[in-house]
Structures are given as C-alpha cells and as structure tokens.
Design a protein around this ligand. Structure first.
Ligand SMILES: *[C@@H]1O[C@H](CO)[C@@H](O)[C@H](O)[C@H]1NC(C)=O
Ligand SMILES: *[C@@H]1O[C@H](CO)[C@@H](O)[C@H](O)[C@H]1NC(C)=O
Ligand SMILES: *[C@@H]1O[C@H](CO)[C@@H](O)[C@H](O)[C@H]1NC(C)=O
Ligand SMILES: *[C@@H]1O[C@H](CO)[C@@H](O)[C@H](O)[C@H]1NC(C)=O
Ligand SMILES: *[C@@H]1O[C@H](CO)[C@@H](O)[C@H](O)[C@H]1NC(C)=O
Ligand SMILES: *[C@@H]1O[C@H](CO)[C@@H](O)[C@H](O)[C@H]1NC(C)=O
Ligand SMILES: [Fe+2]
Length: 450
C-alpha cells in the first residue's frame, strides 16, 4: 500500500539513483609492506576504490613528521565484473637503522589508521621470519597466531610461499580484497614477501602482480633480497607449468637466476650474506599421495623441460651452493635429509644437517585453505626425515653465519613446536661435486666493478 502513485514513483526513482551512482571510497584499505631494493627501504601498498589522485605516506620515528609520495595505478580484474581499484605504492628510503617507525597512508581525501614497523640493526642482525604457503581466505588456520605474534613483535618479515586467498581473482576479485584485508594485521607491520603459486595463474597472474610490490617489479617473476646474513631468492615455479604464457618467463628467470647466484657467490657478497635460501611454490620432492608431479613424476622444476631437460633448477642450485630450499603447494609439512638427484647426502650420519653435502629442502604448505590437508604415502621414502599433516607454519631464525634454526608450529596442537632443526655450516660455498661456471662468476665480478 502506497500513499500515492506520485510518491511511489519518486521512491522508485531514488532507488534507481542509488543503484546507478558509484559509491565513493577514498579511505585506504588492504595496507601491506614489502622490502624495497634492500632492507633499508620499505614499500607501502594499499587500495582505494575511488581515485584519490594522490598517494602519500606520513611517517617518522615517534611521530608523523616526514612525508613521502608515490603513485597509484588502476587495477581491473580480468573477470566479468571488471572489478576495479586504485593500488597505491610508496617507497620509504634512507630509513634509520634499528628504529621503530609509525606511519599512516592515504591522501587529503582520507587516511588509514596508524601502524608501525621496525627497521633492522646495521650489524649482527638475527632475522626471525615466519614462513608458510597455501593460506586461503577461508580456513586460514595459522592466521590468528601470525597476527598475534607479529603484533607481539616476534617477526622481522613474512615469507608467503605462493597460493593466496583461493583465489585472489574469485568472485570478481572480492576474495582477493577480503584476503588482503585479513592479512593487514600482519602485513601492515612487517614486510610480507611472496612468490607466486598455481592459484595466482588467472589472467596472467594479474591479481598477484598488481597487489604485491616485490623488488623486481610486477613484470618479472623472481627477485632476491639480502636480509641480514640471508640471501633470499624468490622464484616462480609456475613458469614451468603455465606454458600457455610462453617460454620467455621461464628462460628469462633461469638466466636471471644464474646471474644472481653467480653474484651472490662473489666472495665479498657470500661473506656478508652466507646463507643462500630459495623459496618457490612447487616442491622438487614430496611424499604426498595426491596427484602432482612431485608424487607421480619427475618434477619439471627439478629436471627441466621434458625431452630437452633444459633449465632444470636442481643442478643450478646445487652447483651454486644453495643452502636451503623452501617449498609449499602440498598442504602439509615435510622435511628432507640433504638431497641431490634423489641421493641423500647427510653431513654425517649423526648430524645430517651439520655441513650437509647437498641443499636442505622442506615443504611448508599447511597454513590452511578451503582445500584442506594432503596425506602422505606409507612407508615414508628414505629421503623424507619428518612429515606432518597438522595445520601450521615455520619459524626461521638466522643466529649467525654458521647457525640457522627452523621450527614447525602446529595449529592443531595449540602452537606446539612439532619439529625443529639446526642447519650448521662451518663454510658456505660450493658442494664437493659442484660444476662451477667460473666464467659466469668472473663476468659478474666485471659487472660489479664497471
Ligand atoms: C638500498 O637501495 C637503494 C636503491 O637501490 C640505494 O640507494 C641504497 O644505497 C641501498 N642501501 C643500502 C644500505 O644498501
Ligand atoms: C603476461 O604478463 C607478462 C608480464 O607483464 C607480459 O610480459 C606478457 O606479455 C603477458 N603474457 C600474455 C600472454 O598476456
Ligand atoms: C606423469 O607422467 C605420466 C606418464 O608419463 C603422464 O601421463 C602424466 O600426465 C604426468 N603427470 C603429471 C602431473 O605431470
Ligand atoms: C641420514 O641421517 C639420518 C639421521 O641420522 C639417517 O636416518 C639416514 O639413514 C641417513 N641417510 C643416509 C643415506 O645416510
Ligand atoms: C593417510 O594415509 C595413511 C597411510 O597411507 C592412512 O592410513 C590414513 O588413513 C590416511 N588418512 C587420511 C585422513 O586420509
Ligand atoms: C652462532 O650461534 C650459535 C647459536 O646461538 C652459537 O652456538 C654459536 O656459538 C654462534 N657462533 C658464533 C661464531 O658466534
Ligand atoms: Fe599450489
């Protein structure tokens, strides 16, 4: 019952206006940090749904006394909804070491809450890092503990080893927005460093590339960053699987990796950052029961492309003395004995990880997502040292050049540490049977000095 036809039509008109008009949304959300080119630079990334024409961070030690400007770009998801947002990026440089900064971000149309981050000490930094992969928007079992421990200032950085949100492009990228909001209480306080997984593939990895600001920029799949004594290399294993985007990403990444590893092995660099650690989404070895090439086949990333066996990464990482390789993708945790070409190469029988004769691999893909957990074969292969289906994540602490500590936290067991190990090295560098490309290393030396 309506009082009069005229008023009814007026209401209808108002409703149509409400549907048609755009909601204005200037306030920053989905705020997250990343290291810039090095750990003395921090890049702050956020989204607004309306164009603010300005991207500003006000920050400082103890107060918002400094100002930095960046830029934004319009990101349109590839789905039918053409969901669009402005993604803002501002890099803070010349940060004072060993300090606690406060910041907020936005524009004169609206500011975020105030957050903080800490800069590392110049010397004797013992970085403490949380590591996991395969964390969704739904069933993100580890997220609460990560939020709490981050805000208790336990961590210096996060490594999310691929597979976000499930998926960032789902529901016209609304799932991506919600995921980025959920991780804000971690990622607005510590650099949230990433690599892409298979769940990022849609529309040429565009959600991944637009939302995360990694050191080599959005168009290159890999990067490296020195974090105290660690040289962390983040790769895309997906360039071996989504060949629908061509071979170029795979070839370019491989060539970049060779250069980066040669450079990292120049004595002056390896001396400062002795631990070379690779993160990538799909493991080279696993003993899970689900259908994957690490369970059923030779892994493409390990041996390279079929028939040609070109661009295999296991040889490359072994030859250049990579210390630790960290993977995800399997929704479980598995630690391996030091391994090369399917052969276990313990440091010694009693102390397998003391001066190991090959890289140490583990897989940590159990932070929780809507796909649940993966199971393991019974019995365990001889190269598999420990495995668990518990939800959880890994903590890594680099004590010094010789001692690197890892522990696995179980969210099923209320945060209990279910596995821990030290990798101990008197010397870093090439393994006994490394095939060393000295010409490559020399060319890096020349590049460095010219
Ligand atoms: C960090 O990187 C920036 C940009 O490349 C450079 O200007 C700066 O000197 C670097 N800082 C350190 C401590 O290496
Ligand atoms: C995918 O994105 C990369 C990086 O921006 C670009 O170079 C490439 O041309 C794109 N490929 C396709 C098939 O769109
Ligand atoms: C594994 O190899 C078999 C036969 O060689 C092939 O049919 C199958 O598609 C491969 N699976 C994967 C996941 O690559
Ligand atoms: C490596 O060390 C572990 C722990 O001592 C042992 O169980 C395993 O059999 C060793 N593997 C080889 C091939 O020596
Ligand atoms: C996992 O695998 C083990 C051994 O193969 C089997 O006994 C167990 O029932 C499986 N668990 C689940 C939940 O599938
Ligand atoms: C490195 O750290 C470990 C673990 O705290 C310690 O036992 C060792 O003595 C340290 N080494 C040096 C050279 O400081
Ligand atoms: Fe995956």
């Amino acid at each position: 019952m309506f009082p009069a036809n005229g008023i009814f039509i007026f209401y209808l008109f108002l409703n149509l206006c409400a549907v048609k008009s755009e909601i204005v949304w200037y306030r920053p959300e989905q705020i997250h940090l990343a290291f810039g080119q090095n750990t003395s630079e921090i890049t702050i990334t956020w989204s607004t749904f309306s164009d603010t024409q300005e991207s500003t961070v006000e920050y400082g030690i103890g107060g918002l006394i400094l100002k930095a400007k960046g830029s934004s770009s319009l990101f349109v998801d590839g789905g039918n909804g053409h969901h669009s947002q402005y993604i803002h990026k501002v890099t803070l440089n010349n940060l004072t070491p060993h300090s606690r900064y406060v910041y907020h971000c936005g524009s004169n149309l609206g500011w975020s809450n105030i957050f903080w981050f800490k800069t590392p000490p110049q010397e004797n930094w013992q970085p403490h890092i949380a590591i996991f992969g395969d964390m969704g928007n739904e069933n993100a079992q580890s997220l609460t503990r990560l939020q709490e421990e981050t805000q208790r200032e336990l961590y210096d950085a996060i490594l999310h080893v691929g597979d976000f949100a499930y998926d960032m492009n789902s529901e016209n990228a609304k799932v991506g927005d919600e995921f980025m909001r959920q991780i804000e209480s971690v990622a607005a306080y510590v650099p949230y460093m990433t690599c892409p997984g298979n769940h990022e593939e849609k529309y040429n990895f565009s959600n991944y590339r637009a939302r995360f600001s990694m050191p080599n920029g959005p168009d290159f799949p890999a990067y490296s960053i020195n974090i105290g004594p660690l040289h962390i290399i983040s790769i895309s294993t997906e360039v071996y699987y989504f060949l629908n985007y061509g071979l170029k990403p795979l070839v370019f990444q491989y060539q970049w990796l060779e250069d980066d590893l040669a450079k990292a092995n120049l004595p002056e660099n390896r001396e400062k950052h002795p631990w070379i650690i690779v993160i990538g989404h799909r493991p080279m070895y696993c003993s899970n029961t689900d259908e994957d090439d690490c369970t059923k086949n030779e892994t493409l990333t390990r041996v390279g492309l079929p028939f040609f066996q070109f661009f295999g990464l296991e040889n490359l990482f072994y030859n250049y003395g990579v210390d630790v390789e960290i993977w995800a993708h399997e929704h479980s945790y598995e630690r391996l004995w030091p391994i090369y070409n399917h052969i276990v190469l313990n440091g010694s029988y009693d102390a397998p990880y003391t001066n190991p004769k090959a890289p140490v691999h583990f897989t940590t893909g159990s932070a929780g997502c809507k796909e649940g957990r993966d199971n393991f074969t019974d019995p365990r292969p001889e190269w598999s040292a420990f495995s668990s289906r518990d939800y959880g994540f890994t903590r890594m602490k680099a004590y010094n050049r010789s001692h690197l500590y890892f522990e696995q936290v179980s969210d099923d067991k209320d945060g209990e540490v279910i596995d821990s190990f030290w990798v101990i090295k008197d010397n870093h560098g090439f393994y006994k049977n490394s095939i060393i490309d000295w010409a490559k290393i020399d060319s890096m030396r020349l590049k460095n000095f010219t």
